[in-house]
Design a protein around this ligand. Structure first.
Ligand SMILES: [Fe+2]
Length: 221
């Protein structure tokens, strides 16, 4: 059945098929109602991006432009996806409470990338791929703009021996894919080489309200 407006949608769909991606702690689900909220959400983000105060980074281009706090944007589509993530995480994990430590959009322009890092304040990380950007010929550019794990705690990444990371893990994702993983898993994004912006949404989830400013974590990148 075709969905026409946000009011037609369930915040949490009746069936969500999370599939593990080489490691049971990394799960991906694809959503099929994205036509209802992606276009307006992408427009909103691209409108805000030129005015966003990007994290101060020592290397121009690293991690793209970030726009924080989806729930403060005054955007119904952002509120919808925020509530969806909150509800799904609350269902999936037996946390004393579900606390969004930080949420943000990342807008990658051509040649933007993100260095290997982890999110050590929180427990659960969510990345939602809103727009893959330009279609990429994967024969010419196999890895550009793809979220990648490089963590020696992932057995599938260490076929040569425990803790010897030789095989980066690239989860299968497309527009409308949501990935859930432990926040401290080391991940990065190789340079995106398309022209149209690539946009992802992220959440750091904790089970307690954490002191201090979460964005300080990014300032160290
Ligand atoms: Fe990250």
């Amino acid at each position: 059945m075709a969905h026409k407006s946000l009011n037609d949608l369930s915040v949490i769909p009746e069936t969500i098929n999370f599939a593990t991606q080489s490691d049971k702690r990394i799960m991906v689900a694809d959503f099929d109602d994205i036509d209802v909220y992606h276009p307006a959400l992408i427009r909103k983000i691209l409108d805000m991006a030129p005015h966003a105060k990007a994290a101060r980074l020592p290397i121009p281009g690293a991690c793209g432009v970030k726009i924080y706090d989806l729930d403060q944007w005054g955007c119904a589509e952002a509120d919808f996806i925020y509530q969806r993530v909150f509800g799904i995480v609350s269902q999936m994990f037996d946390l004393p409470q579900t606390v969004v430590d930080l949420s943000w959009a990342s807008v990658y322009q051509r040649r933007d990338y993100c260095m290997p890092h982890s999110h050590v304040r929180s427990k659960i990380a969510i990345v939602y791929l809103l727009d893959e950007g330009d279609p990429v010929d994967r024969k010419k550019d196999r890895f550009g703009g793809r979220l990648c794990f490089v963590d020696p705690r992932i057995p599938a990444s260490c076929p040569e021996g425990d803790g010897i990371m030789t095989r980066p893990l690239f989860p299968k994702m497309k527009a409308g894919s949501m990935i859930v993983f432990p926040s401290d898993f080391i991940h990065w994004v190789p340079p995106y080489l398309g022209k149209k912006p690539r946009i992802s949404l992220s959440w750091d989830i904790s089970d307690v309200i954490l002191p201090g400013a979460p964005t300080k974590d990014f300032a160290r990148l």
